[in-house]
Design a protein around this ligand. Structure first.
Ligand SMILES: C[S@@+](CC[C@H](N)C(=O)[O-])C[C@H]1O[C@@H](n2cnc3c(N)ncnc32)[C@H](O)[C@@H]1O
Length: 348
């Protein structure tokens, strides 16, 4: 977590501007890299009980002096705590950055470090000067497919955090048996829906090289008899037909209005009469509090830099759904992710 200034520092930095607050950004950037490395090295998983630097170094095969430096950065930023001469993971680290807690967001750090920020380094300036990058992040990943699993594990980490509240709100037609998850990536949302609805089968559709993580997930959850992956481009390739429901989760921000309208028409044709389309995304104006606003701003810049596109207005998206032949459009905010909304509509 970002370093917490004490009272004196808060007054000096934020109240009286006697020290450059920008320096905190540099500390946070270093902290970000330290967390990603700690995840790679299994530091958080291993510190489930207090261990001396020497013990931990032996266990994870690291240099004790250098590991001590890393642990002091993690301690200064609240990720680990001192326990006598030992270190142990903080409760918030256990809860949000390990498999023993509520959700493990560590793969999201790896995704930003190994995929998003290298892409920024190459193309952020071009994107800001020219309105977008020369190729999308997905095209870049298709040229370097070894990075696809890193990206999908990152998306899945966020989905793990949101799957329960999102799936609670998804309103499938009664007796639904078929679901299409377009741009479904890691497949976590479709997996969750299949687990909750024993009569449901699902297709996870994405770029062919993007599906390995979903295939593992489907196998691990014992859902291979009800779930399959299909590779292709959902704008141009056959996506099938007769589905009871189609998910479009976190894909609209990669497309401009014309492309979203065309996609809604394809989805309309792929649904059985009475079928439901369910959209999840960030929308313009989301995130009214400080952290939420900063998150939506960063995500919007990232969409611009990586996809040359951005978030849409939720009212406009609802109108595009109606224009594509959907009715009964419903909007639901998500408390756990203040910048995001679900839009659901029925094929008329
Ligand atoms: C931000 S991820 C969202 C993944 C998942 N739906 C979720 O909400 O966590 C967007 C996904 O859409 C896929 N995608 C984007 N454009 C696509 C296209 N034209 N055809 C197929 N998949 C596409 C990407 O490969 C990626 O897996």
């Amino acid at each position: 977590m970002p370093v917490q200034p004490n009272v004196v520092e808060r007054l000096a930095i934020y109240r009286f501007d006697r020290a450059p607050s920008a320096i905190v950004d540099v500390l946070d950037a270093g902290s970000f890299y330290a967390v990603a490395l700690a995840h790679d090295l299994d530091v958080f998983a291993t510190l489930d009980r207090p261990r001396s630097v020497g013990e931990l170094a032996a266990e994870i095969d690291a240099d004790p002096a250098a590991l001590g430096d890393l642990l002091r950065v993690l301690a200064a930023n609240g990720y680990v705590e001192r326990d006598g001469g030992a270190f142990v993971r903080a409760a918030t680290t256990e809860r949000w950055l390990t498999d023993d807690g509520a959700a493990n967001l560590a793969p999201w750090f790896t995704f930003w470090r190994d995929v998003v920020f290298p892409f920024w380094n190459e193309y952020l300036e071009t994107a800001v000067r020219e309105g977008g990058p020369p190729l999308t992040l997905y095209e870049w990943l298709n040229d370097d497919p070894d990075l696809w699993p890193t990206a999908q594990r990152g998306f899945r980490a966020v989905a793990t955090l949101l799957a329960d509240p999102v799936v609670d709100e998804v309103d499938l037609p009664g007796g639904a048996t078929t679901l299409l998850d377009l741009g479904g990536g890691h497949g976590r949302y479709a997996v969750e829906l299949c687990e909750r609805n024993p009569g449901l089968s699902a297709v996870v559709f994405d770029h062919p090289d993007a599906l390995a993580v979903a295939e593992t997930e489907i196998g691990d959850r014992g859902l291979a008899d009800r779930m399959e992956t299909r590779g292709g481009d959902y704008r141009t390739d056959d996506i099938g037909e007769g589905y009871d429901a189609v998910l479009l989760f976190n894909v609209l921000h990669g497309h401009d209005e014309a492309e979203v309208r065309a996609l809604f028409e394809r989805v309309h044709d792929a649904l059985a009469p009475g079928g439901r389309v369910v959209v999840l995304d960030q929308f313009r104006g989301g995130g009214r509090m400080n952290v939420g606003r900063a998150a939506v701003a960063l995500v919007s810049l990232t969409y611009r830099a990586t996809l040359g596109r951005g978030v849409h207005d939720a009212d406009a998206v609802a109108d595009w759904l109606r224009a594509a032949g959907f009715g009964a459009v419903e909007r639901t905010g998500l408390r756990r992710d203040p910048g995001s909304e679900l839009l659901q509509a029925t094929r008329e």
